[in-house]
Design a protein around this ligand. Sequence first.
Ligand code: SAH
Length: 222
Amino acid sequence: MKDVDIDGIGMTSRRTRDRLIQRLKEQGIKSPAVLEVIRNAPRHLFVDEALSHRAYEDTALPIGFGQTLSQPYIVARMTEALMAAGPLGRVLEIGTGSGYQTAVLSPLVKKVYSVERIKALNERAKKRLRTLNIRNAQLKLSDGAMGWPVMGPFDGIIVTAAPDQMPEELLQQMSENNGRLVIPVGDRGVQDLLLITRQGDTFKREVLEAVRFVPLLDGIQK
Ligand code: SAH
């Protein structure tokens, strides 16, 4: 691979990453697989170069177009909740953004489908994932409130922007056999991070914690 510093130096060194993992553990993240993937994911390549020295702090960072890459704790928490019942096959992500969450999911599941409504973000994420040689992720420019019906049903769905109400379409696209959906739902400002699990026609709803996400918006932005 050329022109990309995957390991990172200085502020992005192994020690900096170890500190982040320690912090995530202290905040209650337990899954060794999730912690290991986050330790290895080159988060500094998913933010502007000017911010890359802050990539391993546990903070949200801007990715342009008024959007943000969630803080590592939230990425870890959502990934852990999604994976908690065992390995997953097909996973749908709504809100590709930088592609960081996609990169975190990719070694943990068989295939990631990810949709983004802002064209420039979709294109940048595609390029990054190609550079990192991530081959089991398929990205699409589209309004994710509709899910990705032709690719479903999904064993897991993760939504990284907040609708004010649960999109019915996403419930339909959950696997009937232990499908899992992790989604922030609520008004602009603070939302509830929900874990929905499906067994046939029965949907169980659990509130994980209060979170702040950018809103899920309608339509595509070219
Ligand atoms: N998972 C991302 C987080 C990005 S922030 C990452 O790891 O970087 C949330 C993203 O959701 C933004 O990029 C925003 O443009 C996108 N988004 C908002 N509404 C959407 C919709 N209806 N369909 C698809 N993407 C949407």
